[in-house]
Design a protein around this ligand. Structure first.
Ligand code: 4AD
Ligand code: MG
Length: 477
């Protein structure tokens, strides 16, 4: 007999027929009621064991974490809390789980403890829900772009280019680290390395995506990116997934429209597909917030927050306006910010971004036209000669979720900028070719997938929305 997923059993349109279910025991009560979960849904199916006719040795093996297969009648449940249950006629233990040793006990565990058991935490309700939502969000990303005719491009993971010019890269080498080949000048001889040059893990697929946008029109990437920035925060990972659309003939306004429409689409898609998981995550968040002081609790529940983003336009504000707001803000005047905002040109820290979003505007904000010297080399210079067509989207509780720009399409201006910043023209000869041959206005952005998952699940630490997080001093599993 083929087994049926718990989700399908719970949605069954008929009753009183024989079914087979397989899954893992969440709890076993009164020697009679198994709560069985197989990951297809957050909900368990109750399996009622005929304990009088089941050997004591078998009953003892029905422990939290054990894998079991049950066969029995699917019937309407007499008990409260579930519509259907299985009256078990045959039970088989597929894999035992020592109740004394299994770390995922049916009780509340700290998130820190669960991180240390990342291979087992997915067996909890919360992590099952988070990972299903993450998967649906990924599908939403592809559905959105595919429906709009974007081409999915796989940009390289190993690259010679530093796309962001920030130098926070993991080096890739096949050279023996304890016996490096040295040039006559005494430097490491990368000509002898696997690729015959110095290479890194990519920090962004943007530069390669731009070359594709200049032929295919609308493209997007969705892949892993790596940053060796030593920021041990709740919003930074060393390995994260980024979505980077790039569109020929789009200017910065088109870019903002695309980003806003895209984010609203994927949230709506997930609200439609994951109602049970999101409802669970909403109550989890309410529970977690009870331990916080009133002033720090969010004013909206998770679902209210998600619906708010769907129903309201993102507020578009120039960097210059934002600086004025921050300079006159109470935390700035009372010296409550760690970095005080005194003048135009200051880089915004997450405390400033969060003030703008959470205290001042109380909605998602798109900041644009940043000072050229705090942004990457490829952004288009404005007529004022000091700002660039950059945009960052800031979300409540998250801060920056998207970074993007209109690209500098003018060869001369781009070369000039690269010279000033000391970026090697020869390294990027292929990138410069896009400006030599058929250059055109184009724009794109990068959305950090885990930051989106954080927002949608209401989790507060980025380590809890990726299966096996990579952070400074941590690459377990
Ligand atoms: O703002 P960033 O650095 O922009 C770029 O990489 C551009 N090349 C994107 C583009 O225009 N195509 O990164 C984009 C986004 C950020 O807004 C943030 O959401 C996420 O990537 N991000 C991180 N997420 C998790 N951990 C980190 N260390 C991250 N660094 C950036
Ligand atoms: Mg950024």
């Amino acid at each position: 007999m083929k087994h049926t997923k718990v989700k399908d059993l719970l949605n069954s349109s008929k009753v009183n027929y024989e079914v087979n279910a397989k899954g893992w025991v969440r709890t076993f009560r009164n020697n009679q009621f198994i709560a069985l979960n197989d990951g297809s849904t957050i909900n368990n199916i109750q399996c009622v064991v005929d304990f009088e006719n089941t050997p004591e040795t078998t009953l003892k093996r029905i422990t939290t974490g054990a894998a079991v297969s049950v066969i029995g009648q699917l019937v309407e449940s007499q008990g409260a809390g579930q519509k259907f249950e299985i009256q078990v006629s045959h039970l088989e233990i597929l894999g035992d789980s020592d109740a004394e040793k299994f770390p995922m006990q049916p009780k509340k565990h700290s998130l820190e403890f669960l991180r240390e058991n990342a291979h087992l935490r997915v067996r909890t309700n919360a992590f099952g829900a988070i990972m299903r939502v993450r998967s649906v969000l990924a599908h939403a990303v592809h559905t959105y772009f595919q429906e709009k005719g974007f081409v999915y491009v796989n940009t390289p993971i190993i690259t010679g280019a530093d796309a962001e010019g920030a130098g926070e890269m993991f080096q890739v080498t096949a050279l023996p680290v304890d016996n490096l080949p040295i040039t006559e000048e005494g430097a490491i001889d990368y000509k002898k390395d696997f690729f015959g040059k110095h290479t890194n893990l990519t920090v962004s697929g943007q530069l390669e995506a731009e070359t594709y946008a200049m032929a295919l029109g609308q493209v997007y990437t969705f892949g892993p990116t790596f940053r060796a920035e030593n920021s041990n925060t709740s919003r930074h990972l060393a390995e994260f997934w980024m979505i980077e659309p790039e569109v020929a003939f789009n200017d910065l306004d088109d870019n903002m429209d695309l980003a806003e429409d895209f984010i609203q689409y994927v949230i709506k898609y997930t609200l439609d597909k994951c109602p049970d998981d999101l409802k669970f995550l909403e109550s989890r968040l309410l529970e977690e917030e009870k331990s916080k002081p009133q002033a720090e609790r969010s004013e909206m529940t998770l679902l209210e927050k998600l619906n708010f983003v769907l129903k309201n336009n993102f507020k578009r504000v120039s960097y210059t306006e934002a600086i004025d707001i921050l300079r006159d803000s109470t935390p700035n005047k009372k010296k409550k910010f760690q970095y005080l905002i005194n003048e135009w040109g200051a880089d915004l820290q997450s405390e400033h971004e969060r003030y703008l979003v959470e205290k001042h505007f109380k909605c998602p904000v798109i900041l644009f036209d940043y000072p050229a010297n705090i942004k990457a080399f490829y952004m288009r210079l404005n007529e004022d000669g000091k700002t660039v067509r950059a945009m960052d989207i800031l979300f409540p509780g998250i801060g920056e979720i998207v970074g993007g720009s209109q690209r500098e399409e003018r060869y001369d201006v781009l070369i000039e900028k690269m010279k000033v910043l000391g970026i090697d023209e020869e390294e990027l000869w292929w990138y410069l070719d896009t400006r030599r041959f058929g250059s055109a206005v184009h724009s794109g952005f990068g959305l950090g997938f885990e930051r989106l998952v954080l927002f949608v699940t209401g989790m507060t630490n980025i380590r809890d929305v990726i299966p096996f997080p990579r952070t400074p001093q941590n690459a377990e599993f």
